[in-house]
Design a protein around this ligand. Sequence first.
Ligand code: C5P
Length: 406
Amino acid sequence: MKIALGITGGVAAYKAAELVRRLQQEKLDIQVVMTRAAREFITPLTFAALTGQKVITEMFGPPDAAAANVESAIEHIAVAQRIDLLLVAPATADILGKFAHGVADDFLSTLYLATKAPVIVAPAMNVNMWEHPATQANLALLRARGVHVADPDEGYLACGMTGAGRLAAIEAIAQKVCSVLGLRHDFEGQTVVVTAGPTCEDLDPVRFLTNRSSGKMGYALAEAAARRGARVVLVSGPTDLPVPEAVDWVPVRSTEEMRHAVRERAADANVVIMAAAVADYRPAAKQTQKLKRGDQPLTLELEPTPDILAELGRDAVQKTSRRTLVGFAAETRQLAESARSKLARKGADIIVANDVTQEGAGFDTDTNIVTLFLRDGREIPLPKLPKFDVANRVLDHVLEIQKTSR
Ligand code: C5P
């Protein structure tokens, strides 16, 4: 799908760069249009580099290029017909006024009149300008004509004042774009519990056993499910990752804590995805005092941890739950054998298996190379993909399983 992103002259223009990045994750083709004032705040080069496309800045082009003038003068009609959506972020009071009153004195305002595509504006301005009756009346006119508005947030503004007028959160604008474009919201109404990260098993008050999991795969799953409309609970072991927006984040440390949080939240979940690298063993006895250094070899006694996934799997076998269960298998050898045996042993519907020794797979990378092992015997190898894309593929199969078992 193709959208035009109009950027107008407010301090928040710099945030448009991040918005472009976010919208590209939705596989949108973005044509950036900048007003003269916007170019005082940020250069077109930034957007040309991000989108790989020429940024439209002028209605008529440079005065000496007669041929180019004709081309750019009619370009707004071509762009107007090509786009599926016109988004203006940030939208100044000035552009709202022009849109509301049909003033067409630059490329963006002309594009607005020339397109039949839906329009979203994300206003950003000083609080007094925002609250001014002129601005509010213009917005009311635009709303009445079907223009969608990503309302500004309240907060600290660049002018030093506090109040309404701050550009809406990038994620909120992106969500608006998705909903106006009808991009998939196929997890609407579902609750998805995702676990992520490592667990830490304390040995004594200062030492613990853990693993190299970064949590990136689980966080990508949580974000992808939330974007597709699910209510997401993210039960996370210790990680450095930012919490995705619109996700109910439950931080935990040990396997026992994770088990407790998952069991409590899984009760009303439709899907549980265990992406966490949960410890398989923990110290049999936790020392209350720090272990002292000595001359003799030290043997640690470890005991198996409860297998959270297998416990949930047993509910399914006993038909007390119809949750879709997804487990992960990080292996360094015999990937397929281990994955198949985990499917059966843990009662999972899908095992996402990866060989963590492969370049571009496993811990602390932004990509992953996985094979999905499904209960019906299918094995689906995926190419090397960003973890966010892997997450979406996993979710696609969850939906497929839910449909066939209905
Ligand atoms: O047996 P293994 O640890 O390789 O299994 C990995 C899968 O099982 C992952 O989905 C992991 O989150 C889950 N697991 C669990 N509880 C454990 C160990 C692993 O739920 N104690």
